[in-house]
Design a binder for this molecule. Structure first.
Ligand code: HEM
Length: 206
């Protein structure tokens, strides 16, 4: 029998997502290299340590702008409702493979992750600008630059931890990666993990 598929992401949406993901990996690698001496050798991702220091903030701006596009694409799908609260309270059941609540396009975990990503992106950009030598840092007092660097490192660590969970979940829930690679999911995937979205997309009652 032919597999029944639902379109979840268009090609522009997928390209947008993978631009953010590639920028994130480059930034995480170079950022960790600046932060922990043991990872200094990772500055090689941009050629030399000097180049890594110059390029890192520009890639950061590209990631921010690409994420901003994602933000405006998806924020209205990520408002947390009563079904998501049910999902969050029963996350233990979800971890054991069960499904909880009448989940729409995204579940409570994905929505929480979306707002974590958005908050971290905003903090990273603002703190990054304050600390960005030689362009902007000279306009700010040194104590503020120090606070900005603390905020930058903390939000980067929170985002890295968040993205580890995001990637793990994407691999763990079978059929999810296909949504971001081919743009489609199966009816069975949608019915199981996002029943309300499945009904909206297909017009089926259940
Ligand atoms: C690096 C490897 C990554 C992988 C394998 C990955 C995988 C995926 C997959 C499979 C989806 C679709 C989930 C679904 O529709 O149910 C998705 C959605 C999404 N991803 Fe990623 N992703 C990665 C990195 C990132 C990064 C670095 C960001 C941003 C910081 C990001 C932001 C998003 C957003 C905003 C969505 C839409 C979900 C929503 O609005 O809640 N992803 N990702």
């Amino acid at each position: 029998m032919k597999e029944q598929l639902i379109q979840r992401y268009s090609a522009p949406e997928r390209i947008n997502h993978w631009i953010v993901a590639v920028c994130f990996i480059l930034l995480a690698i170079s950022g960790l290299a600046f932060f922990y001496p043991a990872f200094f050798w990772l500055t090689g991702v941009f050629g030399t340590p000097q180049l890594a220091r110059i390029i890192h903030p520009f890639v950061g701006v590209v990631m921010f702008l690409a994420f901003l596009r994602q933000f405006f694409r998806y924020y209205h799908h990520n408002f947390i409702d009563a079904e998501d609260v049910k999902w969050m309270k029963a996350v233990g059941t979800v971890m054991k493979g069960g499904e909880v609540g009448d989940t729409g396009r995204y579940n409570g975990g994905q929505k929480g992750m979306f707002w974590l990503m958005s908050g971290c992106m905003a903090l990273l950009l603002l703190s990054g600008i304050v600390a960005w030598r030689p362009y902007f840092a000279a306009s700010f007092p040194i104590p503020l630059i120090r606070v900005a660097l603390l905020v930058h490192a903390s939000s980067a660590l929170a985002l890295i931890a968040g993205i580890i969970v995001h990637v793990y979940a994407a691999l763990w829930v079978k059929g999810t990666i296909r949504a971001m690679v081919e743009g489609v999911v199966t009816h069975a995937w949608a019915r199981k993990h996002h029943p309300r979205w499945y009904r909206e997309m297909t017009g089926n009652k259940r």
